[in-house]
Structures are given as structure tokens and as C-alpha cells.
Write a protein that binds this ligand. Structure first.
Ligand SMILES: [Zn+2]
Length: 191
């Protein structure tokens, strides 16, 4: 039985002590409250983002926050309740890079089972070259394919997605790339 995921000591509904057990009709360990009987399910998080492009260049952000401070990523972050994945990707772009982006097709769909995350990165079209580094970015910058800081990218998803972006672009057709990362080797791999 896998044991990753958030731990829980007390019920978030009533404050009583929770225990790990397999509820009736289930086949996995869950945190179950002894006080109110609530079963607390913990499921994977969805990370949404996009590759904003402008006249052949892509916009990347240098992270100002942990994990991976100082490394480069496309704008991306956790999907919030109440928004679509496209809306989330556009919001992250505005927050981190100060751009209004037109979200296009899904470019990469990356499952990372060990850390319980699913990453969805879209194509993003910019209508101007203006940007502004948000609070979570040290710096925001346009890169052409030859200038991408491949050794200073923040996460495996960033590298995979940019590789797909440039390969698809040179082929003249963007398609969806669905992948599973079984062994992430980044600071994001907190168990
Ligand atoms: Zn409870």
C-alpha cells in the first residue's frame, strides 16, 4: 500500500482524532474520523500552465519561490476550485508573467503518480510582447529555441513540454503528448 500524500492527525470537520483504515466498500487506506465518521479522501492535484509564445519565442519565468528557486519554468500552478483548466492556465500566466494569453490546444499531459500530481500544459498565444514579473517570479524573459536554459529548468515537466513544443513546431503540427513520469528527480519530489 502506498503511503504518499498528506498526513492527517485530526479531523478537519470536527477536530477529533482520525485513524487510517479501509472504509467498507473501499480498497484503500483513508483517514477516517472517530468522532463524525467523515472519510477524508486525498486525491492528486492538477497543475495547469501554458507555453506563451510570441513571434517564435517562448516566455519563461525564473522562480522566486520554493521549490526550485532561481530555476526557469513556464507559467504554471495549481488549479483552483471553480475554474476550468484553461482558465487556470491563463490566470497563472497573468499572475507570474503579467501577460494576457490566449489558451490554445493542450500540448502535454503529464502524470506523476509518486507525488500525486497531473500536469496539463497548453499552448498559449500572446498578442503583445509586454510582460511583467509577478511576485512568484524573479525574472521573466523571452527565449528563442537556441537560448533555452536547458540545464536550469525547474522541473522535468518543463523540459519535456519545451522539447515537445519545439519538435512539434519544426514539424509544423502541434499534437497532445501524454506521458507518465515514474521517478521525478527534482526538489518537487517531496514524499
Ligand atoms: Zn470528524
Amino acid at each position: 500500500m502506498q503511503t504518499f500524500g498528506p498526513t492527517m492527525n485530526y479531523c478537519s470537520s470536527c477536530g477529533a482524532v482520525v485513524s487510517r483504515e479501509i472504509p467498507q466498500g473501499d480498497n484503500r487506506l483513508r483517514f477516517v474520523c472517530a468522532g463524525c465518521d467523515e472519510i477524508h479522501y486525498h486525491n492528486p492535484n492538477i497543475v495547469v500552465g501554458c507555453v506563451p509564445s510570441w513571434e517564435g519565442q517562448v516566455l519563461l519565468c525564473r522562480r522566486a519561490i520554493e521549490p526550485r528557486v532561481g530555476f526557469w519554468t513556464m507559467p504554471a500552478g495549481y488549479l483552483e476550485i471553480g475554474e476550468s483548466t484553461e482558465e487556470g492556465a491563463a490566470r497563472e500566466s497573468e499572475e507570474e508573467a503579467g501577460v494576457v494569453v490566449e489558451i490554445g490546444n493542450l500540448l502535454s499531459l503529464v502524470s506523476i503518480p509518486q507525488i500525486g500530481q497531473v500536469h496539463m500544459i497548453y499552448l498559449g498565444k500572446l498578442n503583445s510582447a509586454e510582460f511583467l514579473a509577478g511576485e512568484e517570479s524573479l525574472e521573466v524573459k523571452f527565449f528563442s529555441e537556441n537560448d533555452i536554459p536547458w540545464d536550469d529548468l525547474a522541473f522535468p515537466t518543463v523540459k519535456l513540454t519545451l522539447e515537445h513544443f519545439f519538435a512539434d513546431r519544426s514539424r509544423g503540427e502541434f499534437t497532445l503528448h501524454s506521458e507518465v513520469l515514474r521517478r521525478p528527480e527534482t526538489a518537487n519530489n517531496k514524499q
